[in-house]
Design a binder for this molecule. Structure first.
Ligand code: ADP
Ligand code: MG
Length: 281
């Protein structure tokens, strides 16, 4: 199958950063994915919506290395990939903030940012005794947060358990943003947050896009999705039912597609990119 998709906006041929084709994932008798496709283009926010159990988390977990699909193909940057662990996916440039937040509450912000990729001291201390270079992690963590415009988390030596839900989420998003070199995936990042905290996380996502980083955003929140997303992937019964945009369809349409009440003909779908990717600098 060709990875370039004809598109009416003149962006024909812009290569997707990530694709999935015919992905199948079963859990015993339960079908998580039933031949799912997905495309993510450079510099876009792709929202993934769908009813509970539609396979949204399962789909992104294939790209996060948390699941290995039973069949189907995945590409990143045009290269076929097979991730057998989250570590491999991260090494491949894909950072995920999972639905169940994986932060370590008792550790401080800097340590959380470097969880799983701690910086060791140089020389014999680091090599032999695996001594952590806390000072360097703190300095760099502070810089990352500053870069992301969340310098209000000033004290990076603060334990994460003392933070609010929104601040914790910001740490998780910051971690993804600091290390994701190709794609950032967020699974329901605002589900547990209040209005103001949600707004902050959404602002972070917008900032990421402005820096040219493509984002996959799983969300139940329709107004949020319609405000932020460039394109909207509707997942239904383990497959991609349609791809629409905030301009091409209404929120009511989106809900109708989710429930199967509305089918979108191929020529009304937006399978290709809709915005010109942000340029560097
Ligand atoms: N680890 C698992 N073991 C068994 N069934 C699972 C597992 N993960 C997901 N499922 C099932 O796969 C289907 C899709 O789940 P999921 O991807 O979590 O949906 P969504 O994120 O869209 O709510 C559901 O029926 C769910 O119960
Ligand atoms: Mg889910």
């Amino acid at each position: 199958m060709s990875d370039t998709i004809d598109h009416p906006t003149g962006l024909d041929g812009l290569a997707p950063i990530l694709t999935g084709r015919g992905l199948v994932k079963t859990f015993g008798r339960v079908v998580g994915l039933n031949g799912a496709d997905i495309d993510l283009f450079p510099g876009e926010v792709l929202a993934v919506i769908g009813d509970n159990g539609a396979g949204k988390s399962t789909l992104i977990k294939c790209f996060s290395g948390a699941h290995v699909p039973d069949s189907g193909e995945m590409t990143v940057d045009g290269q076929q990939v097979e991730f057998s662990s989250t570590h491999e996916a991260r090494a491949g440039g894909i950072e995920t903030v999972f639905q169940t937040l994986a932060v370590a509450p008792a550790l401080d912000i800097a340590s959380n940012l470097y969880l799983g990729r701690e910086i060791r001291k140089e020389g014999i201390l680091g090599q032999l005794f695996r001594t952590l270079d806390k000072k360097r992690m703190r300095t760099q963590a502070g810089q990352h947060l500053q870069d992301l415009g969340i310098g209000t988390l000033q004290d990076i030596t603060q334990a994460v358990e003392t933070l609010s839900g929104g601040q914790r989420q910001a740490v998780a998003v910051a971690r993804a943003a600091a290390f994701g070199s190709k794609v950032i995936i967020l699974d329901e990042p605002t589900a547990a947050l209040g209005v103001r905290e949600s707004a902050r996380v959404l602002q972070l996502i917008d900032d990421l896009r402005n820096r040219g980083m493509p984002v996959i955003l799983i969300s139940h929140n329709m107004p949020q999705v319609f405000e932020l997303a460039d394109r909207i992937h509707v997942q239904r019964l383990g497959r991609r039912a349609a791809v629409i945009t905030p301009d091409s369809h209404s929120m009511n349409d989106a809900v109708a597609i989710m429930t199967g009440a509305l089918e979108v003909p191929d020529d009304e779908q937006t399978l290709g990119p809709v915005r010109v990717p942000a340029t560097e600098g």
